[in-house]
Ligand binder design. Structure first.
Ligand code: SF4
Ligand code: SF4
Length: 475
């Protein structure tokens, strides 16, 4: 239950329940293995991907200065904002889909906060010892040993935080260049700010805030409930089987039939990284990491009871009078169907957009200074500024064409070259006949065509301005 924010006179405002530092006990089992596999997988990808070369550049780079997003062979430009939006929608829908199936499972296995908290806790355990040794150390009086252990831990934490931060910034500015500029005074002010900001962020969140982020700062924990349904499988304690709980000695004395399977050993609470007791029911602080399942399964095996007293189970399954209730197939659940359909639809839209993407964009601006002029042959001329984006990483030759009424044609050359991944600016004059039947603004369009692959073309509309009355003619 959340404490009220109301403040008695002179009392301090408490924004959240303080639980004290949690030192979870180490456990082993299939969920622990899966969790550490995910830590390895996500960190190998995160720390490694920014070092991968692609030709003469970094394979994955969000180049903010150049406003380009390099993703292996694909280069996304600001013109591809829709494609980026579709990618984000696919990622969000994927998260909703996973939540509908297995609750907060992303938090337990792939969320950066959980992953870095696990890494920082692992370092803490290596330096200070197991959970009991850590608790004893925290309560011990200050001394050289305590200082040395704490200093070592914080030094390792800071090193990890700094490397994480350099890696993160290395996805926005080429990491090799960034590292070469890490000497004092060589880093640009923004790079220096972000490197130290993210280092401090990682150090504080993974070293100190830890489960508080999951419980009190992360909005996902608050609205994940609306993504699930009674068939969503969350880590749950089977009350029917476990209660009445009691010590093992009582169970042995009374017999297993007179008592539930829970021997009240408390191991499920001791291993929980957020420090909760899953036997009290589904809680927003539970990140579905499954470590309590590992701990309890081990206990059940030891007392020769069936495993699964704590397991991934749905509300419907646990509420059913006959145990175990058959879980409803996921594809028959409306919520899962909606998320899956949205996921498939947006993924397909993304694939189609990618397949039909033209790596060429044109922007046309009319010259606002001179609306029109009349040349020596009596033709009307309008001036334009064309910006042609060559979105491929190779130089290309283009042909420019113009079409529209009044026999419009280009006044200058129509073939030009554009260097790799560049925006070429062209000043273009278009002339047309002073047709007495046409007056004022007339629609025209420019076509830019790749000379090597003529199917690659971009068309942009503009307007051609004719006089409101012919020169010399009476009104
Ligand atoms: S680990 Fe299992 S047996 Fe032990 S307290 Fe938790 S639920 Fe009960
Ligand atoms: S209750 Fe179990 S699944 Fe939930 S956070 Fe704690 S250990 Fe993980």
């Amino acid at each position: 239950m959340q404490p009220p924010l109301k403040q008695a006179h002179g009392a301090r405002i408490e924004f959240y329940n303080k639980t004290g530092k949690i030192h979870p006990r180490t456990t082993s089992g299939r969920f622990n293995t899966l969790r550490w596999s995910m830590v390895w997988l996500t960190q190998i990808v995160f720390y490694g991907l920014c070092w991968l070369p692609w030709g003469d550049r970094q394979a994955v780079l969000f180049d903010i200065a150049e406003r380009k997003f390099y993703l292996f062979g694909l280069v996304l430009w600001p013109q591809d904002a829709m494609l980026l939006a579709v990618m984000l929608i696919v990622a969000a829908t994927g998260l909703f889909f996973a939540t509908a199936l297995a609750g907060r499972v992303f938090c337990g296995f792939a969320c950066p906060q959980t992953v870095y908290t696990a890494v920082f806790r692992w370092v803490e355990a290596k330096v200070e010892g197991d959970h009991l040794a850590r608790m004893r150390l925290d309560q011990s009086a200050p001394g050289m040993r305590k200082f040395a252990l704490k200093a070592t831990k914080h030094a390792i934490w800071l090193t990890i935080a700094l490397w994480t931060s350099i890696t993160f910034v290395g996805y926005f500015t080429p990491i090799r260049e960034l590292l070469a500029r890490m000497l004092p005074g060589e880093l640009g002010p923004w790079e220096a700010f972000w490197v130290f900001f993210y280092a401090a962020f990682t150090y504080l969140l993974a070293g100190f805030a830890r489960e508080m982020v999951c419980m009190h700062m992360c909005p996902y924990s608050r609205f994940q409930g609306v993504m699930g349904d009674p068939d969503t499988r969350n880590v749950s304690y089977d009350t029917r089987r476990g209660e009445p709980r009691g010590a093992l000695s009582r169970r042995q004395a009374k017999g297993a039939a007179a008592q539930g399977d829970c021997i009240d050993c408390g191991l499920c609470v001791q291993v929980c990284p957020t420090g909760i007791d899953i036997r009290q029911g589904l809680q927003y602080a539970c990140i579905n990491c499954g470590l309590c399942i590992d701990a309890c399964d081990e206990v059940m095996t030891r007392i020769k009871a069936p495993t699964g007293l704590i397991r991934f189970a749905s509300e419907r399954e646990l509420a059913a009078s006959a145990a175990p209730a058959r879980p409803r197939p996921a594809l028959l659940r409306p919520r899962v169907q909606v998320y899956l359909a949205t996921l498939v639809a947006f993924s397909a839209a993304g694939v189609v957009m990618l397949a039909e993407r033209t790596p060429l964009a044109v922007d046309v601006l009319r010259d606002r200074h001179a609306l029109l002029r009349i040349d020596d042959d009596g033709r009307i001329e309008n001036d334009y500024l064309l910006k042609v984006a060559n979105m491929l990483e190779q130089p290309r030759r283009f042909r420019l064409q113009v079409a529209g009424p009044a026999d419009v044609r280009l006044a200058g050359r129509d073939v030009f070259e554009a260097s790799a991944g560049s925006i070429t600016t062209l000043s273009v004059s278009v002339s047309g006949v002073a047709d007495p039947s046409l007056r004022g603004s007339q629609p025209i369009h420019f076509t830019v065509e790749d000379l090597d692959t003529p199917t690659t073309r971009a068309v942009e509309k503009s307007s051609f301005l004719l006089p409101m009355g012919l020169p010399g003619a009476g009104s």
